[in-house]
Ligand binder design. Structure first.
Ligand code: BJW
Length: 240
C-alpha cells in the first residue's frame, strides 16, 4: 500500500457528470465544436472578449446543473481514509469545475484555474464569481471596468501552483492519472517526472492516453466504475 498518492485528474473524470471533454476519438469534444485559439488564449480575449466571456458563461451555467459522480466521491473517500492513517493524497486537477470539492475532497489544486472565480487583469485580485461575466463589470477590488476575466489558464499562460505540484510529486510514492488525454503540457509531462523521481505510475482512462506508454499500469474503462473499484482495493479492507 503506497503512503503518499499523487492524483492528476482531467476532463474524463467529469464526463459522466455531463461536462464535455475537450478531445475524444469520436471528434465530439469541446475543441471539435469551438476553436481553442479563438476562445482559450489571452490573445483571443484581447481580440474578442465578448465571445470568450460568452463561452465561459455557457460552461458556468452547465456546471450549475452538474453533480459529482462516483469517481469524484471515491477520491474524496480515499483522501479521508489516507488522512486517518497519517498518509497523504495530493489531488491536482486540470478541471475548472468544482465537482471534486462538492464530492467532499478537502484539498484540491486547480492547476488550470476555477470557473467559479473571476480575476482582474489589472490588479490580479481573484474572487468568487457565480453569474455571467460581461465587459461592463467593474472589479470590486480596484474599481476598473473591462478587465475582469474567468480565473482560468489559457494556452500560453503559466499553470498555477507549479512549485507546490513539483514538491508534492517528489514526496509521493504513486502517481495516478485519471481521465486525461496526455495532450496538454505541462500536465502531460508529470508522468515522466514521476518516473524520474522513482514513483510507480498508473493510468485510469476510458481510452489509452497519448502518453500511455509511460505508465506501469493501465486500467481502461469509465471513471465512475474504475475509480471506485481501485479505491476499494486500496482502502476497502481497512477500518477507515
Ligand atoms: C474518460 C471518460 C470517462 C472520457 N471515464 N475517462 C511542450 C511542453 C510544455 C508546453 C507545451 C509543449 N507543447 C506545447 C505547449 C503549450 C501548451 C500545450 O500543451 N499545447 C498542446 C495542445 C500541445 N500548453 C500551455 O500553453 C500551458 N502553459 C504552458 O505550457 O506554460 C509554460 C510552461 C511550460 C513548462 C512548465 C510550466 C509552464 C497552458 C495549458 C492551458 C490549458 N487550458 C485548457 C483550457 C482551460 C480552461 C477551460 O477549461 O476552458 O485546459 S485546454 C484543455 O485541455 C483544458 C484541460 O484542462 C486540458 C487538458 O485536457 P484533458 O483534461 O486531458 O481532457 P481531454 O478532453 O483532452 O481528454 C479527456 C480524456 O478523458 C480522454 O483521455 C478520454 O479517454 C477520457 N475520458 N470519458 C474516464 N467516462
Amino acid at each position: 500500500m503506497p503512503q503518499n498518492i499523487f492524483i492528476l485528474t482531467g476532463a474524463g473524470v467529469s464526463a459522466e457528470s455531463g461536462l464535455g471533454t475537450f478531445r475524444d476519438k469520436q471528434g465530439e469534444g469541446i475543441w471539435a465544436k469551438f476553436d481553442p485559439m479563438k476562445l482559450a488564449t489571452p490573445e483571443a480575449f484581447a481580440r474578442d472578449p465578448e465571445a470568450v466571456l460568452a463561452f465561459y458563461d455557457l460552461r458556468r451555467r452547465n456546471l450549475r446543473d452538474a453533480k459529482p459522480n462516483a469517481a469524484h466521491l471515491a477520491l474524496a473517500r480515499l483522501e479521508d481514509s489516507l488522512a486517518k492513517r497519517g498518509e497523504t493524497l495530493t489531488l491536482v486537477t486540470q478541471n475548472i469545475d468544482d465537482l471534486h470539492e462538492r464530492a467532499g475532497s478537502a484539498s484540491v489544486i486547480h492547476m488550470h484555474g476555477e470557473l467559479l472565480k473571476a480575476r482582474c487583469g489589472r490588479c490580479e485580485a481573484v474572487r468568487s464569481w457565480l453569474d455571467d461575466l460581461t465587459v461592463a463589470h467593474i472589479c470590486p477590488n480596484c474599481g476598473r471596468a473591462g478587465a475582469l476575466r474567468p480565473h482560468v489558464v489559457w494556452f500560453g499562460e503559466m499553470p498555477l501552483a507549479m512549485d507546490l505540484i513539483d514538491r508534492a510529486l517528489r514526496e509521493s510514492d504513486l502517481f495516478v492519472a485519471i481521465g486525461t488525454s496526455g495532450a496538454v503540457y505541462p500536465a502531460a509531462g508529470f508522468v515522466a517526472e514521476a518516473r524520474a523521481y522513482g514513483l510507480r505510475t498508473c493510468e485510469i482512462n476510458l481510452e489509452a492516453a497519448d502518453n500511455a506508454r509511460l505508465f506501469d499500469e493501465q486500467r481502461l474503462g469509465p471513471a465512475s466504475e474504475m475509480v471506485p473499484a481501485w479505491v476499494e482495493e486500496l482502502v476497502g479492507g481497512s477500518t477507515e
